[in-house]
Design a protein around this ligand. Structure first.
Ligand code: SF4
Ligand code: SF4
Length: 380
């Protein structure tokens, strides 16, 4: 009965920009036990909302009780490959590809609203819908795999044999039975283990098992507090997210650029100079990252990441900006700036640390400064 409707929805979704579309029945999750075990192991770190979402993730009908079908969607965000001269430059920060452009939530929600309106217009009856993207309480990777969008790979991303993994997943629950409309499944990781070997922090414990607490994406975006000292050197110049396990994936070698202009890099988001970021005021941060996914890290988290990257650059020109960052209102920024000075070492860095120690009152920052002074001593 709905075959014609299904074809029209698929065509419209693709016209709106969702290159990959699959439709499956809205049924309980088949992988929830695995997910629960992952949470029990503590691999979600401080992402408490994942635990809170667990009851809802058991069945998409928790979100929309009348749901009969689930439209799984994917939209490509691959734009271009910046020159290696830019990405390998330790004086510049690397930002995860998905965050170069305008906030994808805004772009995708607008497209989902458009598609929802279309469904309601062409259906012969009243249709209830519920859209989801990203952090919504739905196991979107499981449903994307079931709909044939791709397979859940060893690096935990969904990979499509033609498009690779540079895409966002989204979906719509609808209260009408559309009938299955799956993409033919194709491709696999096979014996490849490139992503596991390339991960700088060994966060992929086993195929498809990620310990978020070790993952640089988590450390630079989701973690609100201090980054464990032992992991900071592995972060290199990654200041927001990490794409390494996707960059090394052979399935991404043939990615084609998206048609969505909003995902293309905004001015200043492609490998910005670290020294232009470390002393940003709240006003400057809010202005620069308005409507950008980077605002999720908040100023204090972002400057913490920039300080770590400056510590990894180890260039004396960062001493004065880091000295200023040690006067920041946020203890998190002061503590990581101290760490960075300890990594740079030298007389000027040591003097800056000593001066701050005389006036610092926050216990964590005092401990960071003392540790940094020991490091600076060793490096001098
Ligand atoms: Fe490892 Fe980076 Fe992939 Fe996280 S995003 S698993 S840190 S390579
Ligand atoms: Fe799978 Fe290899 Fe890609 Fe990792 S790098 S996701 S193992 S194909």
């Amino acid at each position: 009965m709905y075959a014609n409707l299904t074809a029209q929805i698929r065509a419209q979704a693709q016209k709106i920009g969702f290159e990959l579309v699959g439709i499956i029945p809205a049924e309980p999750s088949k992988t929830i036990d695995l997910y629960e075990r992952w949470l029990q192991n503590g691999y979600a770190g401080e992402m408490d909302y994942l635990e809170r979402h667990l009851p809802l993730k058991r069945d998409p009908r928790e979100l929309l009780p009348e749901a009969k079908s689930l439209i799984a969607l994917a939209i490509n965000y691959y734009t271009l490959d910046p020159s290696q001269a830019l990405t390998n430059d330790p004086s510049r920060g690397q930002i995860s590809r998905y965050a170069w452009g305008t906030d994808y939530h805004d772009i995708i929600h607008a497209k989902l609203r458009q598609l929802t309106r279309f469904i309601q217009k062409i259906a012969q009856e009243a249709v209830k819908t519920r859209v989801f993207v990203d952090a919504a309480p739905v196991l979107e990777r499981e449903y994307a795999q079931a709909a044939g969008i791709g397979w859940i790979a060893k690096n935990t991303n969904v990979i499509n044999w033609q498009a690779g993994s540079w895409f966002f997943l989204a979906g719509i629950l609808v209260s009408i039975e559309l009938g299955d409309d799956l993409l033919p499944p194709r491709g696999s990781c096979g014996t490849c283990t490139r992503c596991i070997e390339a991960c700088p922090t060994d966060a992929i414990l086993a195929p498809n098992v990620l310990d978020s607490r070790l993952c640089i994406s988590y450390l630079t975006i989701e973690l609100k507090g201090s980054i464990p000292r032992a992991l900071r050197p592995q972060m290199g110049n990654l200041i927001f997210g990490c794409d390494i396990c996707q960059e090394v994936c052979p399935w991404n070698s043939k990615a084609t650029p998206t048609q969505e202009r909003g995902f293309y890099p905004r001015k200043g988001n492609l490998a910005p100079k670290l020294l232009s970021l470390i002393n940003m005021t709240q006003e400057e941060f809010s202005k620069r990252f308005k409507e950008s996914p980077i605002k999720r890290a908040k100023r204090r988290g972002f400057l913490r990441n920039v300080a770590v990257a400056l510590g990894n650059w180890k260039h004396p020109s960062a001493v004065i900006p880091l000295k200023k960052a040690m006067e920041d209102d946020e203890p998190l920024v002061r503590g990581h700036a101290a760490w960075a000075l300890g990594q740079i070492g030298g007389k000027a860095a040591r003097k800056a640390l000593q001066a701050r120690l005389k006036v610092e009152t926050h216990p964590e920052v005092i401990s960071e400064i003392k540790e940094a002074m020991r490091e600076a001593q060793i490096k001098s």
